[in-house]
Design a protein around this ligand. Structure first.
Ligand code: PRX
Length: 639
């Protein structure tokens, strides 16, 4: 948001009057029955609040201090020894949960598998032994490039178990994106699969991985899961089949979990920012475990008999925190589903809810909008009575979409948890809890322990109904610790605009009752179908095409995807504008960055609006595109 820019979108939510009160039953079954008093306590006695939460986890050595603060660097539970996998897996195996289902998996091709806590524990131990046998040790990074199959959970947990840092790359990214992430993380080992299913087609993961690995000679080992079973290139000197390794004689199903310092790194996850280079967000064992444990519990009200399904991909933070670690720490049964919601039939998701009697269902506004297109007849054909709580994440949910979800999926019984958070936050920051009255379009109030606010340009708190910058005024245990190998960027991006407040990068407002409404990003990040993409990343992909001299990318509101991508392209001399060139440039972005980044629209232009210092003014392009005023154009220069 630039100074003086209108915030019309806020006004459009002001008319919303409907409030949805939870039933008596929901309140009675909630962990948090009285949000206001818990919240007050959690802010007044912040460290006591987090200390109480942390005591629910098992520590090898109790921490000396809850918070060690050297702003903007914060350490939590210092002196403590822990491993997140001990809490997510090992301790359940020594309890009555031993034979309970940990993971239920549904493949897109109709196959399925499930794991009890005991069988998952054994599989993870075997994988941990395999990683060790390849020389992977504490502090090493391992890149994981897998579809939504149980082996992704096994691989992540095995890395964490031995103290290695996992770096999962979403299986929709292409070779260059994968290569950049492997190089930045410095991984010596890659775990991938021959392919994955999506919409009835095979995504050629191994081929993409091979392309990424050419020119990255330090990757000495590739472990390949056989998912699709089709023929793929196989390099005998470097590649190993996952199943053969797992069944090797001598690979034990026991493993002594590495005792980690609370602040030891757990994973890197790359996300988009203002510049073209993705940010390696670094999370650690102790604080991350505490944050996602309590948010999963309080927001989804997970009980011991609950079956929980988060329909995200494990390749994103939602999958890390709320498919794998959060539910497993809580001892729940977590459902993983490969592939498209619409294949082989458009009611696939409702079938799965009915089949597994899912109690908690968590997805994105884009998915709900997509499903709404087919009408309520499809969910109505299925028994969804097992559902108790619904969730939404990734982008603002339009009030009308919220109401549809509430009525036709939740049957007016299930509260919707619209959870606002980020890769950087690790856990929910602003969200309702089930006992809280709900307002469509609002992501509720700050989670206990989180001091969130809206600031104006100068850092003054904005009054109710006034839009501004969303900030968090105190640290929280599962916050990122830094941007991998780029401390300077960490400070500049999040802690330079305001002293001692974390700048989330979103615009938002609060209403008179303290409910938050998140509107969108302030930086050059576009949320497309909930995916986070940087305009600079897409522009870098565009100019890899031989015909492209310059490009600028903007996000445009889109009914289904939240935002669509529009690219303005200046061609190099000697290239003629044509439909086929346009399509070719579009495909090249798909190949360079990934299919999710392909522009929906490309327009050939002769020049781009720029400031006198040569910066492309995307704001002007966006204003023109949307028929809005172009603001102050005094610094503009069109060459
Ligand atoms: O703009 C906000 C939007 O997604 C951004 C974070 O994206 P990412 O790191 O990919 O994490 C997505 C999953 C947590 C935020 O800065 N966002 C996320 N959740 C919501 C949201 N916008 C509005 N409402 C939400 N519930």
């Amino acid at each position: 948001m630039k100074k003086g820019e209108p915030l019309e979108a806020f006004e459009s939510l002001s008319h919303i009057q409907d409030v949805y009160k939870p039933s008596k039953e929901v309140v009675e079954n909630s962990y948090v029955k009285d949000y206001d008093s818990l919240y007050e306590f959690s802010i007044k006695e912040n460290q006591k609040f987090w200390d109480d939460v942390a005591k629910d986890l098992e520590w090898y050595r109790h921490y000396d201090k809850v918070l060690y603060s050297e702003p903007p660097f914060y350490k939590w539970f210092t002196g403590g020894k822990i491993n997140i996998v001990h809490n997510a897996l090992d301790r359940h195996v020594n309890s009555s949960r031993k034979n309970k289902l940990a993971i239920i998996w549904e493949g897109e091709d109709g196959t399925g598998r499930s794991y009890t806590y005991l069988s998952l524990h054994k599989e993870v131990n075997r994988m941990a032994n395999i990683l060790k046998s390849f020389g992977i040790k504490k502090g090493d990074t391992v890149t994981i490039y897998l579809p939504n199959i149980p082996e992704i959970a096994v691989s992540m947990l095995a890395c964490a178990k031995i103290g290695a840092i996992h770096s999962v790359v979403y299986a929709g990214f292409s070779a260059t994106a994968l290569k950049d992430r492997i190089m930045d993380a410095g991984s010596r080992l890659l775990i991938t699969s021959d392919g994955g299913y999506r919409g009835g087609k095979i995504v050629e993961l191994k081929k993409i991985a091979d392309e990424a690995l050419s020119g990255t000679p330090f990757v000495k080992t590739v472990i390949m899961v056989r998912r699709t079973g089709h023929d793929v290139p196989f390099d005998e000197s470097r590649d190993f089949y996952y199943d053969e390794l797992m069944n090797r004689p001598g690979i034990a199903s026991t493993f002594k979990t590495e005792e980690m310092d609370s602040e030891d790194p757990l994973f890197i996850l790359y996300t988009s920012g203002t510049t073209g280079k993705p940010k390696g967000i670094l999370h650690v064992h102790g604080g991350y475990a505490v944050g996602i444990y309590i948010t999963s519990k309080y927001v989804f009200n997970i009980n011991d008999n609950d079956t929980y399904w988060c329909a995200a991909d494990p390749g994103w933070i939602t999958g890390h925190s709320y498919i794998i670690y959060g539910p497993l720490i809580n001892g729940a049964t977590t459902v993983m589903v490969e592939g498209s919601p619409y294949y082989p039939t458009c009611d696939r998701w409702w079938k799965i809810i009915e089949k597994h009697a899912v109690n908690i269902f968590y997805t994105s506004p884009t998915a709900i909008r997509g499903i709404m297109r087919f009408g309520e007849e499809l969910p109505n054909k299925h028994d969804l009575s097992s559902l108790k709580i619904l969730g939404s994440v990734g982008e603002p949910i339009n009030p009308e979409v919220w109401r549809w979800y509430y009525k036709h999926i939740g049957k007016e019984r299930c509260p919707i948890m619209d959870t606002w958070w980020q890769t950087e936050s690790g856990m929910f920051l602003i969200t309702p809890v089930p006992s809280m009255p709900l307002k469509p379009g609002s992501c509720g109030k700050p989670f206990p322990g989180i001091d969130a606010d809206i600031f104006d340009e100068e850092g003054n708190p904005a009054p109710p109904e006034k839009g501004g910058y969303l900030v968090i005024k105190n640290p929280w245990p599962s916050m990122m610790r830094t941007i991998y190998k780029d401390e300077k960027r960490y400070i500049e991006t999040y802690f330079s605009k305001y002293k001692n407040a974390y700048l989330a990068g979103d615009t938002a407002k609060k209403d008179k009752d303290g409910y938050f409404y998140v509107m969108g990003r302030i930086d050059d990040v576009i949320k497309v179908s909930g995916y986070r993409l940087g305009t600079a990343e897409i522009e870098s992909a565009l100019i890899t095409h031989e015909a492209v001299a310059e490009s600028a990318v903007i996000g445009k509101p889109h009914k289904l995807k939240g935002n669509s991508i529009k690219a303005f392209v200046v061609l190099k001399p000697g290239f003629e504008k044509s439909e086929s060139l346009l399509e070719n440039i579009r495909e090249n972005v798909g190949h360079t960055l990934g299919p999710i980044a392909k522009p929906d629209e490309i327009e050939f232009v002769d020049s781009l609006p720029k400031t006198r210092s040569g910066k492309i003014m995307r704001r002007v392009l966006k204003a023109r595109e949307m028929g809005l005023s172009e603001g102050d154009l005094s610094t503009i220069e069109e060459d």
